[in-house]
Design a protein around this ligand. Structure first.
Ligand code: XMP
Ligand code: MG
Length: 192
């Protein structure tokens, strides 16, 4: 286990099993429909890559990058589109793929943007759903795991862009971000 992680919540095997289960359900629910999986960059990339391969029907993949965080562990409430979809979606069923729903601010903004483009339908799938009071409530159709209100990283989720490559989801030690100091990995990274 990485030295900055206090507890592994979901192992690689555990995540794999859940992704298969979600994929099977989504395959049943969208059979015969023109489905586009809308992944949110960057956190949902490992999840959408695995989930798409667990869905046994033709589908499209596209991505949006929206940001509400900066390098902090608290939602700023300011959401920006950094990258948009490639084309119109008014003839498609949209399934938004999220890594995590925390305050709900990011997702509710994304839902508003997508609804205005009149897709045939709009559904939401998230790997992780935090147990907390949400600033914006958005109905979620598919939830991988419900988690406690702790800051988690791994399997796409980052702190200050690091830890995305951990194969599991774990709780980040608060000492790593208290005072918003740089994470350990940042100093050790050979790429920087
Ligand atoms: P909101 O609060 O808008 O947050 O629902 C959604 C986005 O915030 C990030 N986020 C996290 N990232 N560990 C992370 O690595 C967390 O515990 C966490 N909580 C929120 C994430 O980018 C998500 O899309
Ligand atoms: Mg993030």
């Amino acid at each position: 286990m990485h030295q900055d992680i206090s507890e592994i919540l979901f192992s690689e095997e555990h995540i794999k099993a859940k992704v298969q289960e979600l994929g099977k359900q989504i395959t049943e629910d969208f059979q015969g429909k023109h489905l586009l999986l809308l992944g949110t960059l960057k956190g949902a990339v490992p999840f959408i890559a695995d989930l798409a391969r667990a869905i046994d029907m033709p589908l499209e993949l596209d991505y949006m990058a929206i940001s509400s965080y900066g390098n902090s562990t608290q939602s700023s409430g300011i959401v920006r589109i950094l990258k948009d979809l490639e084309g119109p979606i008014d003839n498609k069923h949209i399934l938004i793929i999220e890594d995590i729903i925390d305050s709900g601010l990011t997702l509710s903004y994304l839902v508003d943007v997508i609804r205005r483009r009149n897709p045939l339908s709009l559904s939401i799938c998230t790997l992780l759903y935090k147990e907390r009071k949400r600033m914006k409530e958005v109905p979620v159709n598919y939830i991988g795991f419900t988690i406690p209100d702790k800051f988690v990283v791994g399997y796409g989720l980052d702190y200050a862009q690091y830890y995305r490559n951990l194969p599991y989801v774990g709780i980040l030690k608060p000492s790593v971000y208290e005072g918003e100091s740089e994470p350990e990995q940042q100093h050790a990274s050979p790429a920087e």
